[in-house]
Design a protein around this ligand. Structure first.
Ligand SMILES: Nc1nc2c(c(=O)[nH]1)N[C@H]1C(S)=C(S)[C@@H](COP(=O)(O)OP(=O)(O)OC[C@H]3O[C@@H](n4cnc5c(=O)[nH]c(N)nc54)[C@H](O)[C@@H]3O)O[C@H]1N2
Ligand SMILES: Nc1nc2c(c(=O)[nH]1)N[C@H]1C(S)=C(S)[C@@H](COP(=O)(O)OP(=O)(O)OC[C@H]3O[C@@H](n4cnc5c(=O)[nH]c(N)nc54)[C@H](O)[C@@H]3O)O[C@H]1N2
Ligand code: SF4
Ligand SMILES: [Mo]
Length: 731
């Protein structure tokens, strides 16, 4: 098998076992709350069928639209199967195959030269996110390597940072209500989430509750496929959720619908919150949110009278300047009504903090000196500013894995200018040629989840899952962990922690784990495939307080936020790009662009899978008829979506499935498959949220115009016009 290829030194074999025919258990690696347990049928060493584990209480026997195509993706004609070295110009995407030995020896020499130069090792920047959520292929040997090297540390904020910080400040951690309690709910609020697309395995629980009489309400500027299935769609103005939650509290307190006992016993700052909520009467809330005052009152009554309301809070409302405060404010609601007391009640944003892996043992931050931190959503600045935007050395080498920053990072124009730098060494570990690999100096072929070991937490349920490799790596592909082991060796790094194999690291992650993982071992997981972590069923995390905050209570008032210079109480923070803040900008760019996931893609993953891309058709922009008519736009017309940061072409769809004043571009298309090579992140900013330094993807004003014909930017990755934009060359 491929692991027996010429190696740099003698790295340990990371995957004893496969290939083996039969049914192999695994875990879906994708960044999705459902973390499905899957079963792969292998015949003659080839994966032939995949299905969701029917016995898994959350997977319930099905996989989603995208991952049903995982075999097609794995054996895709474009799979990278050998290391590549650039031969063409930067961004041209022209490479020659080289051996692992040559690739790693050359990369090691260049990294060593940078580390030994005046810039030092902090001029090396790792860039990764959640291409795989696996603890081993996502945050183990890679982290050890960069820590030992003394490279810059990446703040991995691009998805959940604002919400995670908000939950930490309010309930103490990324812990939430148990989705398996939902059938006990009498009211379900799907708040800023398109469940049927991005969390589909939650839906059967919602349907159970509904059969038993629950009402289901979506709060979303967009009538998503999920909102269309709900009993009611509340079309909130983007970025105004905190005001709605405060308006609900206003009514709850005025009408005596709060749970005084819960507030007295398990919260901090209830009186101050009551006073704050007084400032948000329904009329004011209506003016901010665009939701009629009677509906705010009605919703508050329904919520207050429900016995166990479940709020499925997700990331949509968090991708605005006030996103942290919005999440925090909504997360206060079940403490006001005491819904945490009952199964099916409470809020769920994430359950991830229950998975107490020994992350220090995995990532070994102690292997190297402390280093500067670079926020991943400011990659454009990091690559184009002489001090990387941090006051330190310029970035001279970028090592990308588990991510596709040329598509997913905001302010794509700045990112592309950075990637175009002749003096930047870019190494990309990938399964496929992407917009990002096109800019690489070296591309290293990575295995898929069918080809390597891993262990997975979940952020939407309470089951841990082991992934066993089902087939041998294709071609010369290697797991990320093995690539970093070999690179460390090639650089002459000798710490024994840099040689641990994957199964050893799985054991380390579990050996030092917290009590919620006690008793779960590699061996037990090989036996069972997955296991419920040590929480009761259903899990009522805060039925009797027990908040992991400094006070042990739900912090309606947060002293920590006060110390950070933020309002210690829930408050409404308008979007950065709100007409009140930036009237001149809003006059030129009056529409708020939301670029949330397309049903067929997972962020930028799966865009290259033909069957899924065909279903998604082409980049689209949805507009309300009231916005389309004055612009002379009809369905099917080509439009330019743009602002001062950039623009992209899309095909218009006009329907009353969106709030007027809002536009939707289902995401994330790659430049190479887009109409004009440009994609939605040309328009988004490198701005940061109030908490957690997260992205503000949907805090984004644009204009949409009908266009006759626009010059094509061929593949959008090698456009001479964009490549030649001068940059502030570091150094
Ligand atoms: N099919 C598919 N599944 C995915 C993903 C994918 O790309 N495709 N991505 C995965 C990842 S990485 C993540 S983080 C999760 C994301 O999961 P979710 O956060 O549930 O993301 P979406 O499903 O897009 O839902 C976000 C919704 O928020 C709405 N929204 C936008 N702004 C606001 C606002 O200000 N207020 C309110 N109330 N709503 C707002 C959007 O219109 C959208 O419908 O999904 C994961 N699952
Ligand atoms: N405008 C806009 N931008 C967004 C968002 C949005 O809603 N709107 N969503 C944001 C969110 S929530 C997120 S989480 C980020 C997601 O950003 P990313 O984490 O970058 O996610 P993907 O686009 O799925 O890219 C993951 C890449 O990793 C590769 N990969 C998968 N497994 C492996 C592996 O084992 N090894 C290696 N080396 N590579 C692997 C895949 O082939 C894929 O190209 O995007 C963000 N960007
Ligand atoms: S992407 Fe989500 S829903 Fe689809 S198979 Fe993976 S974990 Fe399940
Ligand atoms: Mo995400």
């Amino acid at each position: 098998m491929a692991l027996a290829l010429p190696v740099v030194g003698a790295a340990p074999d990371p995957t004893p076992l496969p290939p083996r025919d039969g049914v192999v258990r695994g875990a879906c690696p994708h960044d999705c709350p459902d973390t499905c347990a899957w079963q792969v049928t292998v015949e003659n060493g080839r994966a032939t069928r995949m299905s969701g584990d029917a016995e898994h209480p959350f997977t319930r026997g099905f996989l989603c639209t995208k991952v049903n195509r995982y075999i097609e993706r794995t054996y895709h004609r474009d799979r990278l199967t050998t290391p590549l070295r650039r031969v063409g110009a930067k961004g041209e995407g022209k490479f020659e195959p080289v051996s692992w030995d040559v690739a790693l020896t050359e990369i090691a020499a260049r990294l060593r030269a940078i580390a030994d130069s005046v810039d030092g090792p902090q001029a090396i920047l790792p860039y990764s996110y959640a291409g795989t959520m696996g603890m081993i292929q996502g945050e183990s040997m890679d982290r050890r390597f960069f820590h030992a090297l003394g490279a810059s540390r990446l703040l991995r904020t691009i998805c959940s940072a604002a919400g995670a910080a908000a939950m930490q400040m309010t309930v103490g951690a990324s812990i939430g209500a148990d989705a398996e309690g939902i059938p006990e709910s009498d009211l379900i609020l799907i708040w800023g989430s398109n469940t049927l697309t991005s969390n589909p395995h939650l839906w059967p629980f919602v349907l159970r509750a509904r059969e038993r009489g629950a009402r289901v309400i979506a709060i979303d500027p967009l009538k998503t496929r999920t909102a269309a299935q709900c009993d009611e769609w509340i079309a909130i103005r983007p970025g105004t959720d905190a005001a709605l939650a405060l308006g609900i509290m206003n009514v709850l307190f005025v009408e005596g619908l709060e749970d005084r006992d819960y507030l007295d016993r398990w919260t901090l700052g209830a009186d101050e919150l009551r006073a704050r909520a007084r400032q948000y009467p329904p009329e004011r809330v209506a003016a901010i949110t665009g939701i009629p005052a009677e509906r705010v009152i009605g919703l508050a009554r329904e919520y207050g009278r429900a016995k166990a309301a479940f709020i499925r809070l997700n990331y949509g409302l968090q991708r605005h300047a006030g996103g942290g405060m919005a999440v925090r404010t909504v997360a206060c609601l079940p403490a006001v009504t005491g819904h945490w007391r009952r199964a099916g009640g409470g809020v769920q944003l994430s359950t991830s903090a229950n998975f107490q892996f020994d992350r220090r043992a995995l990532g070994r931050p102690d292997l190297g000196p402390p280093a500067r931190e670079i926020n991943m959503i400011r990659l454009g600045d990091a690559l184009t500013l002489a001090d990387a935007g941090t006051g330190g050395p310029p970035v001279k080498a970028l090592i990308v894995y588990n991510s596709n920053p040329a598509v997913v990072a905001p302010d794509r124009g700045a990112v592309k200018r950075g990637l175009a730098r002749e003096d930047l060494l870019t190494v990309v570990l990938e399964q496929f040629p992407t917009d990002t690999t096109a800019w690489a100096d070296y591309v290293l072929p990575a295995t898929t989840q069918l080809e390597h070991w891993d262990i997975h937490l979940a952020y939407g349920h309470h089951y841990i899952t082991l992934n066993q490799p089902a087939i041998a790596p294709l071609g010369e592909a290697l797991p990320n962990s093995e690539i970093f082991r070999r690179l460390a060796k090639a650089m002459g790094m000798t710490d024994p922690a840099l040689a641990d194999d994957d199964l050893t690291m799985i054991r380390q992650a579990l050996a030092g784990a917290g009590p919620k993982l006690a008793g779960i071992t590699l061996e037990s997981l090989i036996e069972t495939g997955w296991a419920r972590i040590n929480v009761p069923m259903p899990y009522l995390p805060f039925a009797e307080g027990g908040f992991p905050t400094p006070s042990g209570k739900c912090e309606l008032r947060s002293e920590r936020l006060a110390q950070m210079g933020l309002d210690p109480l829930p408050t409404f923070t308008p979007p950065d790009e709100h007409p009140d803040n930036v009237p001149e900008l809003a006059a030129r760019y009056p529409l708020t662009l939301i670029s949330s996931p397309a049903h067929q893609f997972l962020n930028s993953t799966f865009v290259n899978v033909d069957s899924l891309r065909r279903q998604a058709r082409e980049p689209e922009c949805l507009l309300h008829p009231d916005d389309a008519a004055p612009r002379g736009i009809a369905s099917g017309m080509r439009v330019l979506v743009h602002n001062d940061r950039g623009g992209f072409l899309a095909t218009a769809r006009v329907a009353a499935e969106i709030r007027p004043g809002v536009a939707w571009a289902p995401s994330l298309w790659w430049g190479r498959y887009a109409i004009d090579g440009r994609t939605v992140n040309e328009t988004t900013s490198q701005g940061e949220t109030d908490m957690g330094r997260g992205p503000v993807f949907y805090d984004n004003l644009v204009e949409v115009e009908a266009v006759a014909a626009v010059p094509s930017d061929a593949n959008g990755i090698a456009n001479p016009a964009t490549n030649s934009i001068p940059i502030a060359t570091p150094g």
